[in-house]
Write a new protein. Structure first.
Length: 322
């Protein structure tokens, strides 16, 4: 009798999975069939291939890149500066043909407009900036700016950053970074300073990546290596027990964010496992809670983004995998 019930339970579970997969496949088909054309404008190329005497014409076309008060000589010097030109040369080696990235960005925008129909098609412009890794991508209303100098490959000779930062200077991180920039505009900031609220906020951003770039692997979405994702999966129960035993969930200790949410070379349990752990395990844990919430509740993505962290956690019925 027990075996029959167990088999029945497995059958029901399998049917539910098939129905969910079929629903996702239908959504993906609808998205892929949406007519949309995005032509990426290469301001980086236009700038460094414009003769200094032709700068006025470039300024007319891209006025937002030339703040008032800066003398034309500043831009003309930059156009001819050997170091800037060397950087441009490296960007051209990597992204001389931008078709693959253009296709991926178009697919992402299709997904964004499916889940957020009010979103206008952005004007996408690539630039070479000041290696500000905090602003690799800027998504502002209908303008999307991408700094290509920060996607040359994690071992590029130009990078003098800690490994945990430069490991995400890969071309495959460009589209996930666009999602992060988009999410920043869509997800209301945490309503309270608790560790749980910060975890859930990060989890909502990562769940948007589940929806908007479904073909990406979890390590790419998270900005981890495959080994780092495996570490989190293998230690999920331990991480959760640590957070609960130390009464961290509702703590307002601001140090918890730097220990477990913000980018870092490793998470700070203050135990031997620190050297094995990746940074941001609190964000990863928040992601699992949000996934559980969406699996166990019938809510729209818009409702998810404004959901209260404590209520979301309670309704998620989250249980760490053993």
């Amino acid at each position: 009798m027990n075996k029959t019930i167990a088999k029945l339970g497995l059958t029901v579970l399998a049917l539910c999975c098939l129905i969910a997969c079929d629903k996702r496949s239908k959504v993906e088909r609808e998205i892929s069939e949406k007519p949309l054309t995005i032509k990426v404008e290469r301001f980086d190329k236009a700038f460094f291939e414009t003769a200094p005497q032709d700068l006025p014409a470039l300024k007319l076309k891209y006025p937002y890149f030339f703040p008032a008060g800066n003398d034309d000589a500043i831009w003309q010097d930059k156009m001819q500066n050997p170091m800037w030109r060397e950087l441009y040369g490296e960007v051209q080696k990597k992204f001389g043909n931008f078709q693959k990235e253009e296709t991926e960005i178009t697919d992402l925008v299709k997904h964004i407009q499916h889940y957020f129909p009010e979103t206008p098609t952005p004007k996408v412009i690539t630039v070479i900036s000041e290696m500000d890794y905090h602003n690799k991508v800027i998504y502002a209303d209908s303008l999307l700016l991408i700094s290509l100098e920060l996607y040359l490959g994690k071992t590029h000779r130009f990078y003098e950053f800690p490994k945990y930062i430069s490991q995400n200077f890969e071309a495959q991180q460009m589209v996930p970074d666009v999602v992060s920039a988009f999410a920043f505009r869509k997800i209301p900031p945490p309503r309270d300073p608790s560790f749980l609220s910060q975890m859930i906020y990060a989890g909502k951003e990562l769940y948007l990546k589940d929806l908007l770039i479904p073909m990406a692997t979890d390590d790419v979405k998270m900005g981890y290596s495959p080994e780092q994702i495996s570490w989190c999966q293998e230690n999920e129960s331990y991480i959760w027990r640590y957070f609960v035993d130390k009464k961290m969930l509702f703590s307002t200790d601001q140090k918890l964010a730097s220990r477990f949410i913000n980018p870092a070379p490793f998470s700070k349990f203050y135990l031997e496992i620190d050297n094995e752990s990746p940074g941001r395990v609190g964000a990863w844990m928040g992601w699992q809670i949000v996934r559980a919430y969406m699996q166990n509740n019938k809510v729209s993505v818009q409702e998810l983004l404004v959901a209260d962290a404590k209520e979301l956690f309670e309704k998620s019925r989250y249980k760490p995998k053993k």
